[in-house]
Write a protein that binds this ligand. Structure first.
Ligand code: ARG
Length: 399
C-alpha cells in the first residue's frame, strides 16, 4: 500500500453543494481538482476560482466550452428539432455530456482516477454525467458526494461550511434551484413545487414579463445554411454571438418561457420552469424553413425523430450509437435547409412572418386560386378514386 493521495476531478459550479464537496472529498483523502466548464452561465469566474481554492482545491480549471457547446451540442439538437415532452428545449440536458467530456479530459491530463459531480440522487443530471463518463472513459470511478454524505439539508450544509470555514455566499441564495447556460435557464423547487401555484414573478431569471416588453414590435431576419443559423439581420455571426444577441432581444419581449410538469428519468414528476428565448426563436424559424424546403414525407418522419432525439438527450444517451445514427439522418435532411426566415417579436408573442429559399418547394402556380393556376383539377377525380378504393370497399360492407 502506498500512502499517495487519490486524485479527483470535481465538476465545480461555485455553489454551496460543490464548495462543500471540495472540502468533503479532501477530508476523504482526495486531492481535488475543481473543474468548471464555461457554457455561457455568466458567473463571476474570478470569484469562483478563489472560492474553490479557499475550499481546498489543489487546482482550478476554467474551461471555455461555449463554442463546442454551440457547434457540437446545441446546433445538432436544433437541426433535429429535439424537445422533451414537446416543450423543454433541453438546455441543461445538452450541457451535461459536454461537461462530462471536459471532466474526462481533465482527468486524463492530470492522471486522476476519479471524477465527481454535485448532483443529488433524485435528478436527471447524475444519470447524464455518469452515463457519459461510462461511455467516454469506463476506467474512471465516479463519486457523487451529495448522494453519499450525511448532510441531509441545506442548513446542515451551511453548518458544515461554517465549521470548516468555507467561503460560501448564503445571503444571495435564490429560493429556487437554477441551472443556466447559453441555451436557457432551468428553474425548479421553492414555490414551484405546487403545480397549481402560478409561477411567482421572481422565478424568471432572463425574460421580462410581457407587459413590460417594448410596445414596438421587432422584426428579425435569420439566415440558415444547412440548418444552422449564420446571419441575423444580414450580419454574419458565429454561433455563440448569434445566440447571445437573440437571447438579449427575445428576452426583452418575454419570449421563450415554458411551465411544465415533466416526467423525470428517475420516475418522478416534477414542475419545471424554463426560459429559452434564443432557442425558442430559432426552433420556430428553423421549422418554418423546413416546412418550405422539405418534402412532406421527410418533414413528417422527421417530426417523430425529433421526439426520439429529445428523449435520448434527456435520458443522457448522447454518446450512444442510436444518437450518432440519427445525426447522420438529420444531416441528410438539412442539405436543403438553407434560406431566410423573418420573425416578429411582440409582447410575449413570437410569429414567423415570412420565409424564402432557393430550395423552396412551394410553387405558387400550383397553389394559387388566381388566373395563373396551372393545377390540372381534372386529375383529382382519378386520384381520389384510386386512393379511396380500399375505403370504398369498407364503405360497401356497411360497417
Ligand atoms: N429538469 C431539467 C433537466 O432534467 C433541469 C434540471 C436542472 N435544473 C435545476 N434547476 N438545477 O434537464
Amino acid at each position: 500500500m502506498t500512502n499517495r493521495r487519490k486524485r479527483i476531478v470535481l465538476a465545480y459550479s461555485g455553489g454551496l453543494d460543490t464548495t462543500v464537496a471540495v472540502r468533503w472529498l479532501k477530508g476523504r483523502g482526495y486531492d481535488v481538482i475543481a473543474y468548471l466548464a464555461d457554457v455561457g452561465q455568466e458567473s463571476d469566474f474570478t470569484k469562483i476560482r478563489q472560492r474553490a481554492k479557499k475550499a481546498g482545491a489543489c487546482e482550478v480549471i476554467i474551461d471555455d466550452l461555449k463554442r463546442v457547446f454551440v457547434d457540437d451540442f446545441i446546433f445538432p439538437a436544433l437541426k433535429a428539432g429535439a424537445a422533451y415532452e414537446n416543450k423543454y428545449l433541453l438546455a441543461t440536458a445538452l450541457s451535461r455530456p459536454l461537461i462530462a467530456m471536459g471532466l474526462v479530459n481533465a482527468a486524463k491530463k492530470s492522471g486522476a482516477q476519479y471524477v465527481a459531480h454535485g448532483c443529488t440522487g433524485k435528478g436527471n443530471d447524475q444519470v447524464r454525467f455518469e452515463l457519459s463518463v461510462k461511455m467516454l472513459a469506463p476506467h474512471l470511478s465516479v463519486i457523487a458526494p451529495v448522494r453519499e454524505w450525511e448532510l441531509v439539508s441545506r442548513d446542515q450544509e451551511i453548518r458544515y461550511a461554517k465549521t470548516h470555514r468555507l467561503p460560501i455566499d448564503v445571503t444571495k441564495k435564490s429560493p429556487y434551484s437554477l441551472d443556466k447556460n447559453l441555451w436557457g435557464v432551468s428553474i425548479e423547487a421553492g414555490a414551484l413545487e405546487d403545480p397549481w401555484h402560478e409561477v411567482p414573478r421572481d422565478a424568471y431569471q432572463l425574460t421580462r414579463d410581457s407587459h413590460k416588453a417594448p410596445s414596438k414590435a421587432a422584426v428579425m431576419e435569420i439566415y440558415f445554411k444547412k440548418g444552422i443559423p449564420k446571419r441575423l439581420n444580414g450580419n454574419g455571426l458565429d454561433g455563440v454571438k448569434l445566440i447571445e444577441k437573440l437571447n438579449s432581444v427575445a428576452s426583452k419581449y418575454g419570449i421563450g418561457r415554458a411551465d411544465l410538469v415533466e416526467n423525470r428519468l428517475v420516475g418522478i414528476k416534477s414542475r419545471e420552469i424554463y426560459e429559452a428565448p434564443a432557442a425558442t426563436v430559432l426552433y420556430s424559424a428553423h421549422e418554418a424553413l423546413e416546412n418550405l424546403v422539405l418534402d412532406r414525407e421527410t418533414f413528417h418522419f422527421k417530426n417523430g425523430i425529433a421526439a426520439k432525439y429529445g428523449e435520448l438527450v434527456y435520458y443522457g444517451l448522447w454518446y450512444t450509437p442510436l444518437k450518432k445514427a440519427l445525426d447522420k439522418f438529420i444531416d441528410e435532411t438539412q442539405k436543403r435547409v438553407t434560406g431566410y426566415v423573418k420573425v416578429k417579436l411582440e409582447r410575449g408573442a413570437l410569429s414567423v412572418i415570412g420565409r424564402r429559399s432557393d430550395y423552396s418547394l412551394y410553387n405558387k402556380e400550383l397553389a394559387t386560386y388566381g388566373d395563373d393556376d396551372i393545377f390540372d383539377q381534372s386529375l383529382a377525380k382519378g386520384f381520389i378514386d384510386l386512393w379511396g378504393m380500399p375505403y370504398t370497399a369498407i364503405g360497401k360492407k356497411g360497417k
